[in-house]
Structure formats: C-alpha cells, structure tokens
Design a binder for this molecule. Structure first.
Ligand SMILES: [Mg+2]
Length: 117
C-alpha cells in the first residue's frame, strides 16, 4: 500500500524534526504531531473553501486561480498524509497493516449493504 521509499523518507523526516524541534518527552512529541495534523487538516479545509469561493471577500480578493486552487488542495492532501504517517511512525503503528485492515472492514461493510443485510 505505502511504498518502502515513502516509509524510509518519513523515518528520515521524523529524525530531522526531532533534531530541529526537540521536545522533552515522547508525550510532548506525540501532542505536537497531533497538533500539526490538526493544522494541516485545517489548511486542507481552507484550500477547499477557497476553491469553492466560500470564504470572506477579503480572503477571496487574493485568491488563487482555479488551477492553483486544485494544486493547493493536492499540496494540503499531501501534507495531511505525510503528517499522518509521521504520527503513525511516532506511535509505532504499521500503516500498511492498518490500511489493509481498514480496507477489509470497509469492503465487508459495503458487501453487507449491497446484499441488503
Ligand atoms: Mg499544509
């Protein structure tokens, strides 16, 4: 599901973040990663609102073109995924296994729906 190349990059990035933004405890690091993920989800929401021109006029006045807005959404989706992978790395979660398990649950749920159960 997730390439080894991306997993290796996340490991290296995590090491860099820990060096550049040192924290006293693992708990502090965990809360920092959760806060960062929340920030990135907010940025994704903002990009979507901007693309749909659902913001206050003063924000829309400096808004990107439609093409740039789609690029912004892509960039923020990438930030959310990367930040999630960093959080998973921090907590020792095997994301390939977690995604495999989740897909199986979703597929089973929809299979029941399609069978009318
Ligand atoms: Mg971002």
């Amino acid at each position: 599901m997730i390439s080894q190349e991306l997993i290796d990059w996340v490991e290296r990035q995590s090491d860099k973040l820990n060096r550049y933004f040192p924290v006293a405890t693992k708990r502090e690091a965990l809360f920092g990663r959760v806060a960062k993920l929340t920030e990135e989800v907010g940025e994704l929401a903002e990009a979507i609102l901007a693309s749909e021109r659902l913001q206050r006029q003063e924000k829309l006045d400096g808004a990107d073109s439609a093409h740039e807005a789609v690029e912004d959404i892509g960039a923020e989706c990438a930030d959310v995924i990367i930040t999630t992978l960093l959080l998973a790395q921090q907590t020792g979660v095997d994301m390939n296994q977690a995604i495999t398990n989740k897909i199986a649950k979703i597929d089973a749920r929809f299979e029941k729906i399609e069978k009318g159960e």
